[in-house]
Structures are given as C-alpha cells and as structure tokens.
Design a protein around this ligand. Structure first.
Ligand SMILES: [Ca+2]
Ligand SMILES: [Ca+2]
Length: 479
C-alpha cells in the first residue's frame, strides 16, 4: 500500500495556484497527495427528489415513467449546512491501486476499465470505505463517501432540471446506452467501452461524470424519503442496499438523472459501479429510523397451532372457491406494479400461514422488477394485501424461489441483475432474512419457481441457464 511519491510537488503548486478562497478560507480547487482533484462545494439548500417537468417521452420511454421512479418522491427540501470538498472525478484505477495493488488483476474483467485513468470498478461499498480510511490515515484528513443528499446537491450544482445540462442529456454522455437492459440486452455489454474519467463537460461546480460513466457508491442505506425538510440527512439507519447514484455506461439516460436512485448490496463488486470521495467531516445528524416492516412481516403469529396437521375429513368431498391472492391497487407503479405479476413461489410456514412471493413489474426484463409478497394467515379466509418483500432499486430482482426446511427457517433464493442475465445469486434465510451468497456458475440466469427438498435439510433449486438448459444447486442451513 505504497503511495506514489511523484505527484505532491506539482500538486502543492496546483493548490496554491487555485482560485482565491470564495468566502471562508477554502480554496476552490486543490489536488491531494495521490493526484485527485477536489473542488469546494459551498453549503446551501435544494429540493431533493423528483420535481419539475415530466420527463420527455424520448427519455422516459414509457408513459408511466414520466414522473420518475416511486422512490424519488416526495421531493423535499434539504439543507447542506457545511461545505466540503468533492472529487472532481471518479476514483481511477491508478489512484485506487495505490491503496490496493491487488485490484490490478480485475482490470479488464468482462471488458471493463483497463487503463490507469479509467474509473475503478469491481469495488464494493466496503472496499470504497476502506479506501477512504486508508487515504484519511495517509493524509491525516477526513475522507469518506458522500451522503446521498450531498451527492444530489453536488450533481445538481444549483439546477432544478433532470440533468445539470437541462431536461435532456447530450449524446456524448451516453456510452453504450442502447445496450442497456430495457429494452433487453445482454450483460456484460458486447461492446466494451472506455470509462476514462472527465471526457464530458463538468457541471457548474466543476464536477465531471455525475451523469454516467460509472455509478457511484454513496454512504447511505437505501430507504424511502420523508416529506419534511431535513438538514444534513444521512439516509436510513439500516437497510439491505447502499445507494448508488448517477447511472453508468451501458445504461439509458432515464437512469442517469440527477434525482434517480439506484442501489445494491454493500459487498457487491460490479462492473458498473465505482465511487468518488468527499473530504470533510461526516455530518453529526442521526439517520432516519429504518422503515417499519412491510405487512407480510408484521404481526406474524409465533404460535404453532395444535390442530395444524389436521386437515379436512378425507372421506368427504371438500371444495373451496377460488380466492384472489394478488391484491395490488390498480394503476400502481411502484413499489408494487399492477401490470405484470408472475412466477409465484409458495411456502407453508410452521405457524400454518401460507407465504407467497412473486415478481412484480411493468415489463420484464426491466429495472423496476421487484419481489412482492402476500400472506394467508392461518385460520383466515382472505389473503392479505400484497406488500413489498425485496427490491434492489433499479435492478431486475429476477425470479424468486422459496423453501422451508421443515424446522425453523424459510429460505429466499434471489437473483439481482441489470437485465435478463442475473449476476448475483443470493440466499436469504431465517427470521431476519440474513443474506448469504451461494456461488453459482456465471451463466446461470435465475432460480426457477419453488425449491424442493432434495434430502433432509437440503433444498434443491433449479436454475435457468442462458442456453435454455437447467442447472441444479442445493442449499442447507449452512450454505
Ligand atoms: Ca458517474
Ligand atoms: Ca431509480
């Protein structure tokens, strides 16, 4: 982890040659010990989230998206009370590898990011934080990831439009956008594209690549917005996904908007995701509490009914009429979608409830695809209303499967992708739905329907493979 000693002399000169301090002793621009250019972001206030004009049809691509994604609302006033320095560019391979030289082996993986001056990718949220800690120690200063609010504030640079370039984004910002997933395409994109930083015009505050190039990790857990004005918000206190912002190459302009929110698991290392740093103390505010659990996880009886094994009298005919188990309000466009719901997985829980999950979207494969759930509680005649179950924002949470091990644990098999081809296969299990990862061959796309018990304590899950063949994996409580 050795620092390159070549740059500082030049860089100190740069710092002193920067514009005079704007008003409180901060130079407008400086370059740090590893050659990162940082620009000073003044404190201020802005409206965070979707507001303003409907998105043009050529960008929204579907009328239901003219108002942005459901999680961009309600737009709310945010005050950023303290200024900070922000990387003018995304962190590059050359910069990151001063911290972690071993990362070099990932250059060019799937065709992404080969050169020194390309944005670093295949770095998890945890990696990005470790990099910030390392740099903080090296320089004796406080480097960190931006909060989600700081990121949007900085990206907008005073604009209220969908991009800092107005309500449309010039063509030069779009790298491989037609190879995005909606309409469908393959992952990785068949045409590798350079991600050299700073090739498109910066915003008014001197920040490059806030629209596209690579997605950028932020500090915050992903969760719903609140309508009230906030000062220095830090997102939610807990969650499954960390927010990424700005969209990337191989992604359509809709997802590159200033207000668009994306996210994934904090240990995900992905070819679309990198980061930029902030220099400045973390705000001392408290995050919003984690949102309340969805209906399908609320008031779940912990009692195992004594008569559970007793069914209808087998000697008498027994009919129950069809009953609706999918209850999503009409014209719902997130977090549940009334248009297209499919591929149910069903388990009987030990308390006698039936739990059903399925994927919900407008069109598959789409980045809006989410997993929703409904529960038929033991002794009830009607299924609950549907409620959200699992939804990595702007990822296709492809085909779910579930399995109860006959003892205490329900497993949820999931895949996260940007389109048709899943890149991440996950197993969540237990009361808290802890996330485990199960290594699955790269060309296996999605779990297919419900899992079966293969042997005592072991689930067998069929996976659809890319060439229409099937694969089989097993899982138990330990893996
Ligand atoms: Ca970017
Ligand atoms: Ca989004």
């Amino acid at each position: 982890m050795k620092r390159v000693a070549l740059l500082p002399i030049f860089l100190v000169a740069w710092a002193f040659s920067a514009d005079p301090a704007p008003n409180d002793g901060h130079v407008k621009e400086m370059t740090n010990s590893i050659g990162m250019r940082l620009v000073w972001i003044e404190p201020g206030a802005f409206k965070m989230g979707f507001s303003g004009e409907p998105i043009a049809a050529a960008i929204a691509l579907a009328p239901w998206r003219a108002g942005g994604d459901f999680d961009e609302r309600p737009a709310h006033r945010v005050r950023i009370s303290k200024g900070f320095y922000m990387g003018a560019f995304e962190v590059t391979n050359a910069q990151y590898e001063q911290f972690d030289p071993a990362h070099r082996s990932l250059r060019g993986k799937l065709g992404f990011s080969k050169e020194d001056n390309e944005a670093v990718v295949f770095v998890s949220w945890n990696d990005a934080n470790r990099f910030c800690q390392w740099l903080s120690k090296e320089e004796g200063k406080a480097y960190r990831l931006p909060t989600e609010a700081e990121w949007e504030f900085a990206a907008r640079a005073g604009t209220t439009t969908h991009y800092y370039t107005a309500d449309t984004l010039p063509e030069q910002f779009l790298k491989n956008a037609p190879q995005s997933l909606y309409p469908p395409a393959t992952y990785p994109p068949p045409t590798p594209i350079p991600t050299v930083v700073g090739q498109t015009p910066p915003n008014a505050w001197g920040l490059y690549d806030m629209h596209g190039n690579v997605e950028e990790w932020t500090h915050d857990w992903y969760g719903p917005y609140e309508p009230a004005e906030q000062t220095d918000p830090l997102g939610r206190a807990a969650g499954d996904f960390r927010v990424t912002r700005g969209g990337s190459h191989s992604t359509q302009a809709y997802f590159l908007r200033s207000e668009n929110r994306m996210g994934t698991l904090p240990d995900d290392q992905h070819g679309l995701i990198g980061f930029r740093v902030v220099l400045g103390a973390m705000p001392k505010t408290k995050p919003l509490p984690a949102p309340p659990p969805p209906l399908n996880q609320r008031n779940v009886s912990q009692v195992i009914p004594s008569e559970l094994s007793k069914g209808p009298d087998p000697s008498k005919p027994y009919f129950r009429g069809p009953r609706k188990y999918l209850k999503i309000p009409p014209d719902s466009y997130g977090p549940m979608f009334s248009t297209h719901n499919h591929d149910t997985a069903l388990v009987e829980a030990p308390n006698g409830d039936l739990l059903a999950i399925f994927y919900s979207c407008v069109q598959e494969p789409g980045r809006e695809v989410a997993i929703v759930a409904t529960r038929l509680r033991y002794g009830h005649d009607e299924w609950d209303d549907a409620s959200p179950f699992w939804d990595a924002p702007d990822r296709d949470d492809t085909a779910p499967a579930m399995w109860f091990d006959g003892k205490k644990t329900i497993f949820h098999f999931a895949a996260i992708s940007n389109g048709e081809d899943a890149e991440e296969h996950l197993v969540r299990h237990g009361k808290d739905l802890d996330i485990l990862r199960k290594p699955i061959p790269a060309d296996w796309r999605q779990p297919a329907r419900s899992a079966d018990a293969a042997s005592r304590g072991t689930a067998a899950v069929h996976f659809v493979r890319r060439r229409k063949s099937m694969g089989l994996v097993t899982a138990d409580r330990h893996n």
